[in-house]
Design a protein around this ligand. Structure first.
Ligand code: GDD
Ligand code: MG
Length: 399
């Protein structure tokens, strides 16, 4: 594929934040020596290089009661060499939707000669293994993993580590275009191939996020993302002393990380998760607070933001103010509660939330629940307690 070269990189301690890079060409043809007039502003990433990273990547799909047709479309867009990990919180009682997802995945693996993992978020063996290896905060009063996409993501990270993968990418299950899923994975792989540090992250910015109203309107950014980005940039500006607009992907649900980075980050619950990832990186490696890991500082953390060609069309749960607010509050709360957050950004956040009627005037947002980093749990014990080779969770091609 061809993408724009990194034109500008902002620094926050040892964290390198790259400006948005646009995908220019989805398929750049056979590998051959670069054309003498190849533009220096353009990077060509060969198919083989992308494949090298796909082999080392798990694609995690969190799912909760989505239409089966959408789920089938999403898995069909994941390149063959990636390991698919489905973490489902779908209902099993009245209609066993989890069973349906498992059947669909089994059939798909059989036809496409590949293997995948599928686990229910409320799996008892999983909960027991988590409890005994020190991840008790992830469990609710019933002793099972709490609800939430973020909780599903953490399980996927742990399974990807057990499956000996090096990278993990997240893709929502309610996406209407398998072609866009395919493009996200290509972007993830391209980003990792460009990274100079083993601690890297790729975040996706959609070319358009269409909304169907009178006709189709191709929106650039969701409103929530715009607001989150504004406050995140103000947060960074106050820490570096230079005004910036570098962050364009504060809420990117579609994103990927090297597992070496993923295992080091504390994660927030619910819609706060993607914003908190950035904050965890700035807090851990921005150089203002004591470094979370000195070895990381040596290499630095690298963050890429890629703008895709495909528009993003996902299941519309209604664009009411209520839905937007449900997302904005946790997202801005993480910024507010970061130990690095300055007074002005805090005030702006309080005013933003009050002006939208989300909180009362001068009311402070509550601190979202934050889970400790996977590296801090006893991974060895977790592995010992999980069934050998994850057999009960395998969807496999039949012999
Ligand atoms: N495992 C699991 N457990 N998955 C869940 C859960 C859960 O409790 N709740 C939701 N999911 C799955 C959904 O089925 C979907 O595949 C994905 O997580 C995202 O949930 P949505 O409900 O579709 O979220 P959204 O579309 O409002 O928001 C998405 O985009 C935002 C950025 O615009 C999410 O990816 C957000 O995290 C993201 O910030
Ligand atoms: Mg969605």
């Amino acid at each position: 594929m061809r993408i724009e070269t990194q034109r500008y990189t902002e620094r926050f301690g040892s964290v390198r934040l790259n400006e948005v890079q646009k995908v220019l060409e989805l398929d750049s043809g056979r590998a051959k020596a670069l054309h003498p007039l190849e533009n220096i502003a353009v990077l060509k990433i060969e198919e083989e290089a992308i494949k090298d990273y796909e082999e080392k990547m798990a694609i995690a799909i969190p799912i909760k009661d989505e239409k089966l047709k959408l789920f089938e479309g999403v898995i069909s867009g994941v390149p063959h060499d990636c390991l698919i990990i489905v973490v489902s919180n779908s209902q099993t009682k009245r209609v066993d939707r989890f069973r349906m997802e498992k059947d669909a995945l089994n059939q798909y693996c059989n036809f496409t000669r590949r293997s995948a993992l599928i686990i229910h978020q409320k799996d008892r063996l999983l909960a027991q293994a988590l409890a005994k290896s020190g991840y008790t905060k992830l469990l609710g009063d019933d002793g099972l993993v709490r609800d939430g996409k973020a909780e599903g993501m953490i399980i996927a990270i742990l399974l990807a580590i057990l499956a000996k993968k090096s990278y993990i990418g997240f893709i929502d299950a309610d996406n209407y275009f398998p072609g866009s899923v395919w493009e996200y994975v290509k972007c993830y792989a391209a980003g990792f191939s460009l990274a100079k540090s083993p601690y890297s992250m790729v975040r996706i910015l959609w070319h358009y996020k269409p909304k169907v109203s009178a006709g189709m309107f191709f929106r650039k950014l969701g409103r929530v993302s715009e607001i989150t980005n504004k406050h995140m940039n103000s947060f960074i500006s106050s820490n570096t002393g230079f005004e910036t607009e570098i962050i364009r992907t504060g809420n990117a649900g579609e994103h990927a990380m090297s597992l070496r980075l993923a295992e080091l980050l504390p994660y927030a619950t619910g819609y706060a998760v993607e914003t908190q990832e950035l904050l965890s990186i700035f807090e851990g490696f921005g150089g203002v607070l004591p470094l979370a890991q000195t070895t990381v500082a040596k290499h630095g953390v690298e963050i890429f933001q890629f703008e895709t060609r495909n528009p993003h069309l996902h299941e519309d749960r209604g664009t009411t103010q209520h839905v937007e607010n449900d997302m904005l509050l946790p997202s801005l709360s993480t910024i507010y509660h970061s130990p690095l957050c300055d007074k002005t950004t805090k005030e702006n956040i309080i005013n933003e939330l009050a002006s939208r009627g989300i909180l009362k005037k001068k009311e402070k947002p509550l601190r979202p629940r934050v889970y400790k980093a996977p590296k801090e749990v006893n991974l060895k014990k977790f592995q010992e307690l999980m069934p050998e080779n994850l057999t009960p969770y395998l969807a496999l091609a039949e012999e």
